[in-house]
Each structure stands twice: as structure tokens, then as C-alpha cells.
Design a protein around this ligand. Structure first.
Ligand code: MLT
Length: 411
């Protein structure tokens, strides 16, 4: 008789966003005339930049000609794209990242989960609370945790609370942890980390032989000049950090799929015989075996982000969403809500009106004003009493949603 991976049984019934979709669909079916505005999942709404479209159309034409047709590409991504990324995203900010250390993929969600395959089973793993749920769920699936308690916390994981009191930046743990997930700008709270904060983490990781998984998927939304965009802006990070980035949010690629992971060649971890092994080699081996690369057409589209027109157009996209974030912040603040984030990140993190749990307020908003948000408790126990609003939507929808919420709820 075949058996299953029992770890899946430890997971809560559904992944957060499908669970929200289930509730919203049930409501929509029962109320077909309701004009629902979705500010829940952080999915982009604005069309792809013209520069990316033009590049992808041209690449499609190349695929239609025998002389320029391409079959399998390099599993790590085409070097012309990796070189552009190295130059624009890293060298331009003073970071030492070689093109060969950049692996092109179809998403940071996949990579932050898949990366666990190259690590052992006995690592102590730290996540913030609240946290992007993928980091936790993929560890559960991989068998790196025990069962969940009533608050939804899994045995074996170290939860680092991020709260208004610590500016949503976790305190460096007193105990030793081996793998640490950091996400800045933060999903879900919209917080950012100063250079000093990241340096404290890098120093900790170097002192303990830990590896930091640094999720920088929202770095393009940073407007404050002092805030680092990459962990490699911190000295020593090449020896303790893997960075994840994405074209999903800055260039509208959530449906097009392109991302990248940086594994420095200087980064090592221990084999069970005590020897040091280069993580780059393992990740390269993993990708070569299990992945056949992102399509040529999509990689040409991503390359166009770095063209002069692409740079202008992606900046416009980012500014558009950040203007939405500003509207959300200002309207909710004026209505008396306690509002965080939304300045260097496309997410606004808001306290629910007194006495209401995250899911209660989610349901109330859905049923009374037909606006979908993400309940804070879906990101972890410490997210209880908060909700997250995504700035990814049309201006019209954001303004209308704010009008509906602030007319109905004065805090
Ligand atoms: C979110 O809403 O948190 C994002 O859509 C997550 C993601 O990009 O997978």
C-alpha cells in the first residue's frame, strides 16, 4: 500500500490565500450583485510595461524562425539576463554579486520553499511572527517541524515576534538558530530594516554559522535612501546569506513568472562528516536536475526591465502602487485606525477596531462593505488583531474601498 508524506497532515486545512478565496467565492455566489473589491492577496493589476511586452513579442518571433529558435535554455538562466541583474541590482548598489551566483527561476515562492532541499533535517529554524506563510508551510511539508499548537505555532520552529513595539523588526535571538528567514520590505507588516538592524543579523549569523534567507521581493518599493535593498550591502553577508528577488511586483510579472535567487560561491554549510560544502554547488545541482529554466520569451521580457524605457516604466508602476498605499494610509489614519507600513512597501498593516479578531473583521468587511483584506492572524499568532491591505489595485478600486470602509467604520 502506498503511503503519504504525513507532514502534510500537520498543515492547517488550507493555504491562507486559497482560504480567503474560498470565503470570498462563497459570499460572491450568495450575493451575485455585490461589487467586491479585492485588496487581499498581493497580486498586481496594472498591465505589463511596454518595454517588456515589446521584448517578449520580439522573442516570440525569434521562436518562430528556424535560425533563431531556442530549445532548452541553461537551467540557471541565460547569462545575458544574469549579467544585467548583477550590474543593475547589485553592482550599482556596491554589492559584490557575480552573474554566475544568480539563478533565474519562476518565482520566489517556489525558491524559498525549494531551498530547504539542500539543507539538513536537524537545523533549528527561525521565522518572524507574523510571517509570509510559505516559509512555515514548506518547513512543515519538509518534516522540519512537529505538530501545531492551538495558536497555530509548530513545534520545533523558533518564532520571533514582530510588533509595533519593536517596529516590526525581530530582536536577535539569544539562542542559536541555524536558518533564519528575513523579509524586507516586510510582508505582511510593510516594515523595513535599517543597515544597523541587518548588520546585527549578519554578525549573529557569522558568529553562529547560521544562514539567512533574505527575501527582498519588495525591494523596488523602498523610497527611503538610507534603507538597504539587498543583504549584500552589509559586509560579511556573502558568507551567511541567500537572497531571493522577483519581477512579480515591480514589473507586474505575477502571471508571467520570473524571479531570481542569489547563492554566493563563498557560502558554505556543514556536511554530516563535518566538512564545509559550497551551497552554490548544491543549489546548482538541484536546479540542473529538477528545473529546466524559465522560458526564453519571459527572460527576454525580464531583461527589458533593465532597458532605459523599462527602468522608467517599472518606476512608474511602483510609484502608482505606492500612491495607492499612501491613500490607504491617509484615509484609514483619518478614520482613526492605527496604521503601519505602506511607506517603503506596498502593504499597509492595520489594527482591527477594538475587540474584533482578524477573521471577524475580515468577515465584517466582506459582508458589510464588500472589501477583501487579509486577516493578520493568517500570518501567525502575533498577527491576531491586525489586518493587511494590499496596495495592488486600480486607483478607482482603492479609492472606492477606502470610501466604503471609512464611511462605515470610525475607530
Ligand atoms: C501576498 O499576498 O502575500 C503575496 O501575493 C504573496 C506572494 O507573492 O506569493
Amino acid at each position: 500500500m502506498a503511503t503519504i508524506n504525513d507532514n502534510y497532515l500537520k498543515l492547517k486545512a488550507g493555504y491562507l490565500f486559497p482560504e480567503i478565496a474560498r470565503r470570498v467565492n462563497a459570499f460572491a455566489q450568495a450575493n451575485p450583485d455585490a461589487k467586491i473589491i479585492r485588496l487581499g492577496i498581493g497580486d498586481v493589476t496594472e498591465p505589463l510595461p511596454q518595454a517588456c511586452r515589446t521584448a517578449m513579442i520580439q522573442a516570440t518571433e525569434e521562436m518562430g524562425e528556424r535560425t533563431t529558435f531556442k530549445g532548452y535554455g541553461p537551467e540557471q538562466g541565460y547569462l545575458w539576463l544574469r549579467e544585467k541583474i548583477a550590474a543593475h541590482d547589485f553592482h550599482a548598489r556596491g554589492c559584490e554579486v557575480d552573474a554566475e551566483e544568480i539563478f533565474i527561476s519562476d518565482g520566489s515562492k517556489c525558491d524559498t520553499g525549494n531551498i530547504l532541499e539542500i539543507f539538513g533535517k536537524n537545523n533549528t529554524i527561525a521565522v518572524t511572527d507574523p510571517v509570509y506563510p510559505v516559509y512555515v508551510d514548506t518547513n512543515v511539508m519538509a518534516g522540519n517541524t512537529g505538530e501545531a499548537n492551538e495558536a497555530g505555532e509548530f513545534a520545533g520552529l523558533v518564532y520571533l515576534p514582530i510588533t509595533a513595539e519593536n517596529n516590526f523588526t525581530a530582536q536577535i535571538p539569544s539562542q542559536k538558530v541555524d536558518l533564519i528567514y528575513l523579509c524586507f520590505p516586510n510582508n505582511p507588516t510593510g516594515a523595513v530594516a535599517t543597515k544597523e538592524h541587518l548588520k546585527a543579523w549578519v554578525d549573529y549569523a557569522l558568529a553562529h554559522g547560521s544562514i539567512i534567507f533574505f527575501d527582498a521581493a519588495y525591494e523596488a518599493f523602498i523610497s527611503d535612501a538610507e534603507i538597504p535593498h539587498s543583504i549584500y550591502e552589509i559586509e560579511g553577508a556573502r558568507d551567511c546569506a541567500i537572497e531571493f528577488r522577483s519581477f512579480s511586483k515591480n514589473a507586474g510579472f505575477t502571471g508571467t513568472r520570473c524571479a531570481l535567487t542569489v547563492v554566493p560561491k563563498t557560502l558554505t554549510a556543514k556536511a554530516s562528516d563535518g566538512s564545509d560544502v559550497e551551497l552554490w554547488k548544491l543549489w546548482n545541482r538541484r536546479q540542473s536536475t529538477k528545473f529546466n529554466g524559465v522560458s526564453y520569451i519571459v527572460q527576454r521580457g525580464a531583461e527589458a526591465v533593465y532597458s532605459p524605457q523599462g527602468q522608467v516604466q517599472t518606476k512608474q508602476l511602483v510609484s502608482f502602487y505606492m500612491e495607492n498605499a499612501k491613500i490607504i494610509r491617509e484615509k484609514l489614519t483619518a478614520a482613526g485606525f492605527h496604521v503601519y507600513g505602506g511607506v517603503n512597501a506596498p502593504y499597509v498593516w492595520v489594527k482591527t477596531p477594538t475587540g474584533l479578531s482578524s477573521w471577524d473583521f475580515f468577515d465584517k468587511l466582506l459582508h458589510t462593505v464588500n472589501v477583501v483584506v487579509t486577516p493578520g492572524s493568517g500570518f501567525g499568532a502575533a498577527g491576531e488583531g491586525y489586518f493587511r491591505i494590499s496596495a495592488f489595485n486600480s486607483r478607482e478600486n482603492v479609492e472606492e474601498a477606502m470610501r466604503r470602509i471609512t464611511e462605515k467604520f470610525k475607530v
